[in-house]
Design a protein around this ligand. Structure first.
Ligand code: KG4
Ligand code: ZN
Length: 327
């Protein structure tokens, strides 16, 4: 069932075509450059960008589908049988832009529209293109992005119970704020990762790790964020110090993530862990998870980096699956 996905929950305008869980094409246009000088997403700028570019992004997804089709069959809007759109959570203005566009298009084409939860879609990215083979339920799902930090126990693609979440900042948000303190620009995650790789290993900083008690699956990032702020205050921060802070910050945050996953796997006797969200692009985190999976005997699945970041293929994929099962 050819499904058009629309994603506009934050600063990426996405459109994608998916059928039978296979990605035909995916296009993303980002307003990230416009937010850079503010050190974070400005909601009003993001929503205006979606309104301006959504139509072009949909056209781009259709054009890409034409290119990827070997026999040259025309991928036209009239072939689309379902539209899936991110309904929540996200920036209200940005969501309204995408949902309004999707509603108008579904009305004009006379085809159904299905609403998709953005966080569940991040996890669903693991099911696309059957990259991961068969995925068994129940699984533990962890979404770590700029807006969310959640651990779910999933009995089914529709039945996800939250067992832990952040009590303050999302992990990606903390990366972005630390990058702002280090004056290395936005988005912070990839830049901190790059600096961390430059660390010589000399005198790492022991930033606080917020485990919040041994039974808790919640996260808190405010303590480490303040610790970085105090550490950097009144100091001349050169490239070496940026690398030292970046490495130490990353280690402290990821140690907590890995520890919580291992505890949850044990407590709920889980064999499969699915990850999603922008922070999962981080190679150090992926390596740590791989080692943890070997140690604690579970299977860990991460989407390819372009499917970790906000995209519409995950929205189309989940929308198609939900629509088929609900008839
Ligand atoms: O999933 P996403 O595209 O948007 C949200 O739904 O929030 O995630 C964006 C977040 C940003 O905070 C960005 O700094 C972070 O993901 N991020 C990373 C990396 N790449 C992106 N964080 C750590 N390491 C990375 N390599
Ligand atoms: Zn996201």
């Amino acid at each position: 069932m050819l499904t058009l996905g629309i994603e506009t929950s934050c600063d990426e305008t996405g459109a994608a075509l998916v059928t039978g869980g296979k990605i035909i094409s995916s296009a993303v246009s980002s307003s990230v450059k416009l937010h850079e000088k503010y050190g974070g997403v400005v909601p009003e700028i993001a929503s205006r960008f979606h309104i301006e570019f959504i139509n072009q992004v949909v056209k781009k997804a259709l054009a890409k589908a034409r290119l990827s089709e070997r026999r040259g069959a025309a991928w036209e809007l009239k072939k689309v049988k379902l539209i899936a759109v991110t309904e929540k959570p996200g920036l209200p203005g940005s969501l309204i832009a995408g949902v309004s566009y999707a509603r108008a298009l579904s009305y004009a084409l006379g085809i159904p529209l299905i609403a998709v939860d953005h966080i569940f879609a991040h996890l669903y990215a693991n099911f696309l293109d059957q990259m991961s083979g068969k995925i068994d339920f129940p699984f533990l799902g962890i979404v770590i992005s700029g807006g969310h930090t959640n651990i779910f126990l999933a009995k089914d693609i529709e039945e996800l119970a939250v067992i832990g979440k952040t009590r303050d900042d999302a992990i990606g948000e903390a990366f972005d704020k630390v990058a702002k303190i280090l004056k290395i620009g936005y988005p912070g995650g990839p830049r901190i990762e790059r600096y961390a790789k430059m660390f010589t290993g000399d005198k790492p900083i022991d930033f606080p790790r917020a485990y919040l008690g041994k039974d808790s699956f919640d996260f808190s990032l405010s303590g480490i964020k303040t610790a970085v702020l105090y550490h950097a205050r009144d100091k001349k921060i050169d490239e070496g110090e940026r690398a030292r802070i970046s490495w130490s910050f990353q280690e402290a945050v990821f140690d907590v993530v890995v520890e919580k996953i291992e505890r949850a796997v044990k407590k709920f006797s889980i064999k499969t862990v699915l990850l999603g969200g922008g922070v999962i692009c981080n190679m150090t985190l992926r390596e740590k998870l791989k080692r943890s999976a070997e140690r604690a005997d579970y299977r860990v699945l991460c989407p390819q980096p372009s499917l970790c970041l906000d995209n519409a293929a995950m929205v189309a994929g989940l929308g198609e699956a939900l629509y088929k099962r609900r008839k």
